[in-house]
Write a protein that binds this ligand. Sequence first.
Ligand code: GLC
Length: 457
Amino acid sequence: MPRRTRLESGLQNALSILADQFAFPTDRMRTMMAAFHEDMDRGLAGLPSSLRMLPTFADNPSGREKGDVLALDLGGSNVRLLLARLTGDGREPQVLSEKFKLEPEHVSTTGEALFGAIARFIKEFLAGRRLDGSYPLGFTFSFPLRQHSIRRGELILWTKGWTASGVEGRDVVSLLDRALEGQGVGGVRVVSLDNDTTGTQVARAYFDPACDTGCILGTGTNICYRERAARIQAPIAGYTREFMIVNMESGNFNRALPRNRYDARLDARSENPAGQWEEKMVSGKYLGELVRLAVADWTGRGLLFEGRLPGPLAGRDGLAGETISAIIADPSEDADGARAVLAGLGADGAGRDDAAAVRAIGRTVVLRAARIAAAALAAAVTKNDPGLQAAHTVAVDGSIFEKMPGFRESMRAAFGELFGARAERITLALTHDGSGLGAAIIAASTGAHSEAYYGEQ
Ligand code: GLC
């Protein structure tokens, strides 16, 4: 056989092996859902479980929450600050918001540096708008939190590659309070703490009573849902409402997943080996790396790039989630668009076959991610409504859901396979930047808003 043809058939063969390695057929999705339900029950009962099932001390809002409230949204490379005016009468909240960029050293050195930077952003935000009154602040902290009340909670452990020291095991509200004091910011009182999933759910539920689930599909991934408080075994003394939102930390789910050797390799080299397995198969921080590991493997076997991995693809995280988005979005037959993206990265030696193969790998990895995400959400929604008798709105936010080509469509297709016509009962509602607004609504629901609001009228 001439070399070219041999290479082509080798590529075809490798692609079909890859499709098997990343396959997640419907019956395996159902098996995963059953395991997910078991872990939800175990977590709620306080038994060892990969789902942490963390009490949030918050429930869906009534829609009547009102006040001028600040919110701080922390969990990705940007910190978002908001001032929301909630009128409590069904009108859209007015929101002033600003993004501040965290430097890599803020998330990887010390908690002091991290919270110091955040307090400086808050100071700048207030000064820029001449806000010198006294404001309650809702704090969205998008990591696993062991909460003791609506305004106290310790970081259990970092996820998403964050490593700042001196934060794990500490109450993050105290850390923020101290940093605000250090910056001489006196008018801000942290009154509530929430996760980004919870904030997203609450922001949507402010208008939509059918919203009972929140989901993030971004840098990380996670799901929260509404549960009867009586079913939660963790200590929630003092909480009087019938329902509470539970933060599952579903990114840590680790059973019945379609794992393969690339997953194992990625996990072993991550900042948190053995943790967040589902997140490492689904979310934006990891999808590019999974693709890169497969590309590196194929290159090592002489199937791509004439056996030499281009420099920019050689190191960990050499392919970002956005790059995968751009590559798989290329509809052209000859993969010229994908080739241009690779050239833009500095991988200019990429031929058409190389680009087409990288695109095919990307599509395979992303399809599996969407199906895993769908199975996890399907499990969350059917936990207390197995026959899908009611309509459920899932408030979803995050770059993968919003921007990864084909992701939503693949999730919907998976729901169709699982539930047939009843899949229509699940609405996936993009709730863009909901976590900040949700934090403001939660803060207002604590009742701490009234002075600030009425004091200013
Ligand atoms: C990670 C965090 C979780 C958060 C999710 C999405 O999984 O542990 O708390 O909700 O990322 O940001």
